[in-house]
Design a protein around this ligand. Structure first.
Ligand SMILES: CC(C)(COP(=O)(O)OP(=O)(O)OC[C@H]1O[C@@H](n2cnc3c(N)ncnc32)[C@H](O)[C@@H]1OP(=O)(O)O)[C@@H](O)C(=O)NCCC(=O)NCCS
Length: 275
Protein backbone atom coordinates (compact mmCIF):
# COMPACT_ATOMS: atom_id res chain seq x y z
CA UNK A 1 0.00 0.00 0.00
CA UNK A 2 1.25 3.49 -0.77
CA UNK A 3 -0.23 6.76 0.47
CA UNK A 4 0.88 10.02 -1.13
CA UNK A 5 -0.08 13.54 -0.06
CA UNK A 6 -0.76 16.39 -2.45
CA UNK A 7 1.70 18.59 -0.56
CA UNK A 8 4.50 16.15 -1.42
CA UNK A 9 3.85 16.21 -5.17
CA UNK A 10 6.63 17.13 -7.56
CA UNK A 11 5.51 20.17 -9.54
CA UNK A 12 6.27 20.79 -13.24
CA UNK A 13 5.25 24.17 -14.67
CA UNK A 14 4.73 24.82 -18.37
CA UNK A 15 3.30 27.89 -20.14
CA UNK A 16 -0.20 26.39 -20.32
CA UNK A 17 -0.06 23.68 -17.68
CA UNK A 18 1.00 22.83 -14.17
CA UNK A 19 1.50 19.14 -13.41
CA UNK A 20 1.47 17.74 -9.87
CA UNK A 21 3.17 14.37 -9.93
CA UNK A 22 2.40 11.94 -7.06
CA UNK A 23 5.52 9.86 -6.56
CA UNK A 24 3.80 6.49 -6.47
CA UNK A 25 6.47 3.91 -7.15
CA UNK A 26 4.81 1.33 -9.34
CA UNK A 27 5.61 0.46 -12.93
CA UNK A 28 2.03 -0.58 -13.80
CA UNK A 29 0.21 2.63 -12.84
CA UNK A 30 0.85 6.21 -11.68
CA UNK A 31 -1.13 9.40 -11.17
CA UNK A 32 -0.85 13.13 -11.57
CA UNK A 33 -3.08 16.19 -11.55
CA UNK A 34 -2.79 18.52 -14.53
CA UNK A 35 -4.06 22.09 -14.50
CA UNK A 36 -4.65 23.13 -18.09
CA UNK A 37 -4.89 26.82 -18.94
CA UNK A 38 -4.91 27.29 -22.70
CA UNK A 39 -3.73 24.75 -25.26
CA UNK A 40 -1.56 21.92 -23.94
CA UNK A 41 0.77 21.11 -25.58
CA UNK A 42 0.95 24.63 -26.98
CA UNK A 43 1.68 23.36 -30.50
CA UNK A 44 1.09 20.09 -32.30
CA UNK A 45 0.05 16.89 -30.57
CA UNK A 46 1.20 14.67 -27.72
CA UNK A 47 1.71 10.91 -28.11
CA UNK A 48 2.33 8.24 -25.50
CA UNK A 49 4.16 5.37 -27.16
CA UNK A 50 3.50 2.88 -24.37
CA UNK A 51 0.92 4.04 -21.85
CA UNK A 52 -2.82 4.62 -21.84
CA UNK A 53 -3.75 7.93 -20.27
CA UNK A 54 -7.08 8.40 -18.52
CA UNK A 55 -8.28 11.86 -17.54
CA UNK A 56 -11.05 12.74 -15.11
CA UNK A 57 -12.21 16.37 -15.33
CA UNK A 58 -12.11 17.44 -11.67
CA UNK A 59 -13.19 21.02 -12.42
CA UNK A 60 -13.52 23.53 -15.23
CA UNK A 61 -14.24 22.86 -18.88
CA UNK A 62 -12.62 22.66 -22.26
CA UNK A 63 -11.98 20.05 -24.90
CA UNK A 64 -9.64 17.34 -25.93
CA UNK A 65 -8.75 16.77 -29.59
CA UNK A 66 -7.80 13.17 -30.35
CA UNK A 67 -6.62 12.14 -33.82
CA UNK A 68 -8.16 15.31 -35.22
CA UNK A 69 -11.58 14.91 -33.56
CA UNK A 70 -12.71 17.37 -30.88
CA UNK A 71 -14.57 16.28 -27.71
CA UNK A 72 -16.14 18.88 -25.39
CA UNK A 73 -15.31 18.29 -21.73
CA UNK A 74 -17.00 19.33 -18.49
CA UNK A 75 -16.76 18.46 -14.81
CA UNK A 76 -16.73 14.72 -14.05
CA UNK A 77 -16.26 13.64 -17.69
CA UNK A 78 -13.72 10.89 -18.20
CA UNK A 79 -11.49 10.37 -21.24
CA UNK A 80 -9.33 7.36 -22.04
CA UNK A 81 -6.58 8.01 -24.56
CA UNK A 82 -4.89 4.94 -25.96
CA UNK A 83 -1.18 4.66 -26.68
CA UNK A 84 -0.21 6.12 -30.08
CA UNK A 85 -3.32 8.34 -30.26
CA UNK A 86 -2.42 11.97 -31.03
CA UNK A 87 -4.01 14.49 -28.69
CA UNK A 88 -4.03 17.92 -27.12
CA UNK A 89 -6.06 19.61 -24.37
CA UNK A 90 -7.58 23.05 -24.57
CA UNK A 91 -9.52 25.05 -21.99
CA UNK A 92 -9.33 25.87 -18.32
CA UNK A 93 -9.65 22.67 -16.34
CA UNK A 94 -8.14 20.47 -13.68
CA UNK A 95 -7.58 16.86 -14.71
CA UNK A 96 -6.87 13.81 -12.57
CA UNK A 97 -4.68 11.60 -14.75
CA UNK A 98 -3.86 7.96 -14.02
CA UNK A 99 -1.60 6.26 -16.59
CA UNK A 100 -1.00 2.58 -17.20
CA UNK A 101 1.71 1.38 -17.47
CA UNK A 102 3.16 4.22 -15.41
CA UNK A 103 3.84 7.37 -17.48
CA UNK A 104 7.51 8.04 -18.15
CA UNK A 105 8.97 10.92 -20.17
CA UNK A 106 10.96 8.64 -22.49
CA UNK A 107 7.79 7.12 -23.97
CA UNK A 108 6.15 10.53 -24.54
CA UNK A 109 6.72 12.76 -27.54
CA UNK A 110 5.19 15.88 -28.99
CA UNK A 111 4.95 16.27 -32.75
CA UNK A 112 3.99 19.15 -35.00
CA UNK A 113 2.95 18.70 -38.62
CA UNK A 114 3.59 21.69 -40.89
CA UNK A 115 5.05 22.92 -44.17
CA UNK A 116 8.82 22.56 -44.42
CA UNK A 117 10.35 25.92 -45.29
CA UNK A 118 13.68 26.79 -46.83
CA UNK A 119 15.09 27.67 -43.41
CA UNK A 120 15.10 23.90 -42.74
CA UNK A 121 16.88 22.99 -45.98
CA UNK A 122 19.92 21.52 -44.21
CA UNK A 123 17.77 19.38 -41.90
CA UNK A 124 15.72 18.25 -44.90
CA UNK A 125 18.73 17.04 -46.87
CA UNK A 126 20.14 15.34 -43.76
CA UNK A 127 16.85 13.50 -43.25
CA UNK A 128 16.79 12.39 -46.90
CA UNK A 129 20.40 11.26 -46.67
CA UNK A 130 19.93 9.25 -43.45
CA UNK A 131 16.74 7.50 -44.58
CA UNK A 132 17.91 6.70 -48.11
CA UNK A 133 21.28 5.35 -46.93
CA UNK A 134 19.49 3.16 -44.37
CA UNK A 135 16.84 1.67 -46.69
CA UNK A 136 16.53 -2.08 -46.17
CA UNK A 137 16.20 -2.41 -49.97
CA UNK A 138 17.45 0.29 -52.36
CA UNK A 139 14.61 -0.62 -54.74
CA UNK A 140 12.13 0.92 -52.25
CA UNK A 141 12.86 4.48 -53.37
CA UNK A 142 13.14 5.87 -56.91
CA UNK A 143 16.16 8.21 -56.50
CA UNK A 144 15.60 11.94 -56.74
CA UNK A 145 16.83 13.58 -59.93
CA UNK A 146 19.10 16.65 -59.66
CA UNK A 147 16.28 19.04 -60.68
CA UNK A 148 14.09 17.63 -57.91
CA UNK A 149 16.69 18.44 -55.26
CA UNK A 150 16.81 21.96 -56.67
CA UNK A 151 12.99 22.25 -56.63
CA UNK A 152 12.29 20.95 -53.10
CA UNK A 153 10.51 24.18 -52.09
CA UNK A 154 8.69 24.76 -55.38
CA UNK A 155 5.04 24.05 -54.49
CA UNK A 156 3.63 25.01 -57.86
CA UNK A 157 5.85 23.23 -60.37
CA UNK A 158 7.08 20.31 -58.27
CA UNK A 159 5.65 19.34 -54.88
CA UNK A 160 4.14 20.84 -51.72
CA UNK A 161 6.32 19.52 -48.90
CA UNK A 162 5.18 18.77 -45.35
CA UNK A 163 7.18 17.68 -42.35
CA UNK A 164 6.78 16.21 -38.89
CA UNK A 165 8.75 18.05 -36.22
CA UNK A 166 9.73 16.90 -32.74
CA UNK A 167 10.58 20.27 -31.18
CA UNK A 168 12.71 21.91 -33.88
CA UNK A 169 13.91 18.59 -35.26
CA UNK A 170 12.54 17.47 -38.63
CA UNK A 171 11.83 13.75 -38.20
CA UNK A 172 9.62 12.92 -41.20
CA UNK A 173 8.57 14.30 -44.58
CA UNK A 174 6.04 13.76 -47.34
CA UNK A 175 5.53 15.34 -50.76
CA UNK A 176 2.61 15.82 -53.12
CA UNK A 177 3.97 15.75 -56.66
CA UNK A 178 1.87 18.06 -58.82
CA UNK A 179 3.88 18.51 -62.05
CA UNK A 180 1.85 17.02 -64.90
CA UNK A 181 5.06 16.81 -67.03
CA UNK A 182 6.85 14.80 -64.37
CA UNK A 183 3.83 12.51 -63.95
CA UNK A 184 3.17 11.99 -67.70
CA UNK A 185 4.55 8.40 -67.87
CA UNK A 186 2.83 7.39 -64.61
CA UNK A 187 -0.49 8.81 -65.85
CA UNK A 188 -0.23 6.48 -68.88
CA UNK A 189 0.45 3.54 -66.57
CA UNK A 190 -2.77 4.34 -64.64
CA UNK A 191 -4.84 5.09 -67.79
CA UNK A 192 -5.34 8.69 -66.61
CA UNK A 193 -3.63 10.65 -69.42
CA UNK A 194 -6.45 13.18 -69.80
CA UNK A 195 -6.93 13.75 -66.04
CA UNK A 196 -5.37 16.19 -63.56
CA UNK A 197 -3.34 13.84 -61.37
CA UNK A 198 -1.13 14.28 -58.32
CA UNK A 199 1.07 11.73 -56.59
CA UNK A 200 1.82 11.06 -52.93
CA UNK A 201 5.51 10.32 -52.44
CA UNK A 202 8.73 11.31 -50.74
CA UNK A 203 7.65 9.55 -47.55
CA UNK A 204 10.73 9.41 -45.39
CA UNK A 205 10.72 9.02 -41.61
CA UNK A 206 13.75 8.68 -39.32
CA UNK A 207 13.92 5.06 -38.10
CA UNK A 208 13.38 5.91 -34.41
CA UNK A 209 10.13 7.77 -35.24
CA UNK A 210 8.48 5.06 -37.36
CA UNK A 211 5.19 3.38 -36.48
CA UNK A 212 3.82 6.55 -34.80
CA UNK A 213 1.43 7.41 -37.62
CA UNK A 214 3.64 10.21 -38.97
CA UNK A 215 3.27 9.20 -42.64
CA UNK A 216 -0.44 8.50 -42.25
CA UNK A 217 -0.92 12.01 -40.81
CA UNK A 218 1.24 13.75 -43.44
CA UNK A 219 -0.46 11.89 -46.30
CA UNK A 220 -3.90 12.81 -44.91
CA UNK A 221 -2.86 16.48 -44.90
CA UNK A 222 -1.66 16.16 -48.51
CA UNK A 223 -4.76 14.32 -49.66
CA UNK A 224 -6.89 17.19 -48.27
CA UNK A 225 -4.62 19.63 -50.10
CA UNK A 226 -5.03 17.63 -53.34
CA UNK A 227 -8.82 18.00 -53.02
CA UNK A 228 -8.49 21.74 -52.35
CA UNK A 229 -6.26 22.14 -55.43
CA UNK A 230 -8.89 20.48 -57.62
CA UNK A 231 -7.03 17.34 -58.74
CA UNK A 232 -9.15 14.58 -60.32
CA UNK A 233 -7.07 11.65 -59.04
CA UNK A 234 -4.38 10.98 -56.49
CA UNK A 235 -1.98 8.15 -57.30
CA UNK A 236 0.84 6.53 -55.39
CA UNK A 237 3.26 3.65 -55.85
CA UNK A 238 5.22 1.44 -53.51
CA UNK A 239 7.49 -1.57 -53.83
CA UNK A 240 5.35 -4.71 -53.23
CA UNK A 241 7.57 -5.70 -50.29
CA UNK A 242 7.59 -2.27 -48.65
CA UNK A 243 4.88 -3.21 -46.15
CA UNK A 244 5.00 0.08 -44.19
CA UNK A 245 4.52 2.08 -47.36
CA UNK A 246 1.68 -0.13 -48.69
CA UNK A 247 -0.09 -0.01 -45.32
CA UNK A 248 -0.08 3.79 -45.13
CA UNK A 249 -1.63 4.04 -48.61
CA UNK A 250 -4.38 1.58 -47.67
CA UNK A 251 -4.99 3.35 -44.35
CA UNK A 252 -5.72 6.67 -46.04
CA UNK A 253 -8.09 5.01 -48.51
CA UNK A 254 -6.18 4.56 -51.77
CA UNK A 255 -7.22 1.52 -53.82
CA UNK A 256 -4.86 -1.11 -55.20
CA UNK A 257 -4.81 -1.06 -59.02
CA UNK A 258 -2.12 -3.53 -60.12
CA UNK A 259 1.47 -4.61 -59.69
CA UNK A 260 3.73 -3.67 -62.58
CA UNK A 261 7.30 -2.96 -63.62
CA UNK A 262 7.47 0.74 -64.52
CA UNK A 263 9.28 2.01 -67.64
CA UNK A 264 12.09 3.20 -65.32
CA UNK A 265 12.67 -0.45 -64.28
CA UNK A 266 11.21 -0.24 -60.75
CA UNK A 267 8.69 -2.89 -59.63
CA UNK A 268 5.71 -1.15 -58.04
CA UNK A 269 2.24 -1.76 -56.57
CA UNK A 270 0.03 0.95 -58.01
CA UNK A 271 -2.64 2.69 -55.93
CA UNK A 272 -5.09 5.44 -56.75
CA UNK A 273 -8.06 7.40 -55.46
CA UNK A 274 -10.67 9.40 -57.40
CA UNK A 275 -10.95 12.71 -55.56
C1 LIG B 1 7.39 3.66 -45.11
C2 LIG B 1 7.48 4.73 -44.05
C3 LIG B 1 7.50 6.10 -44.75
C4 LIG B 1 6.25 4.62 -43.11
O1 LIG B 1 6.24 5.70 -42.22
P1 LIG B 1 5.60 5.64 -40.74
O2 LIG B 1 5.45 7.05 -40.29
O3 LIG B 1 6.38 4.73 -39.89
O4 LIG B 1 4.16 5.00 -41.06
P2 LIG B 1 2.90 5.02 -40.08
O5 LIG B 1 3.36 5.07 -38.65
O6 LIG B 1 1.96 6.09 -40.54
O7 LIG B 1 2.31 3.57 -40.35
C5 LIG B 1 1.07 3.30 -40.92
C6 LIG B 1 0.75 1.85 -40.73
O8 LIG B 1 1.76 1.03 -41.31
C7 LIG B 1 2.31 0.16 -40.34
N1 LIG B 1 3.74 0.03 -40.63
C8 LIG B 1 4.63 1.01 -40.78
N2 LIG B 1 5.85 0.48 -41.04
C9 LIG B 1 5.69 -0.85 -41.05
C10 LIG B 1 6.58 -1.94 -41.29
N3 LIG B 1 7.87 -1.74 -41.57
N4 LIG B 1 6.07 -3.21 -41.24
C11 LIG B 1 4.75 -3.42 -40.98
N5 LIG B 1 3.86 -2.42 -40.77
C12 LIG B 1 4.34 -1.15 -40.80
C13 LIG B 1 2.05 0.84 -39.02
O9 LIG B 1 2.05 -0.07 -37.96
C14 LIG B 1 0.69 1.44 -39.27
O10 LIG B 1 -0.33 0.48 -39.19
P3 LIG B 1 -1.34 0.40 -37.95
O11 LIG B 1 -1.90 1.78 -37.80
O12 LIG B 1 -2.32 -0.62 -38.38
O13 LIG B 1 -0.49 0.01 -36.79
C15 LIG B 1 8.76 4.59 -43.18
O14 LIG B 1 8.84 3.27 -42.72
C16 LIG B 1 10.05 4.92 -43.92
O15 LIG B 1 10.54 6.05 -43.86
N6 LIG B 1 10.65 3.92 -44.63
C17 LIG B 1 11.86 4.12 -45.39
C18 LIG B 1 11.61 4.97 -46.63
C19 LIG B 1 10.57 4.35 -47.55
O16 LIG B 1 10.58 3.17 -47.85
N7 LIG B 1 9.67 5.23 -48.02
C20 LIG B 1 8.58 4.79 -48.90
C21 LIG B 1 8.86 5.11 -50.29
S1 LIG B 1 8.07 6.64 -50.73
Amino acid sequence: MQHKRFKDCEIFKGKTNVTYEYNVSDKDINYCIVEVDGRFPQKGVAINKKCKEMAHVLSGEGRVVVDGKSYKLEKNDVVLIDKLEKYYWEGKMMLGVPCSPAWTPDQHIELEFKKVTESDKEQLFNLIDIVLKGLENQEYFIPYEKWEFESMFDDKNYAPLYGAYCGDKLVGMAQLYVSQDMLADFKKEFGLTDKKVCELGGNLVLPEYRGLGITTTLQTIELNLARELGFDYCISMAHPQNIGSLKTLEKIGLNFVKETRLSNGFLRSLYMLKL
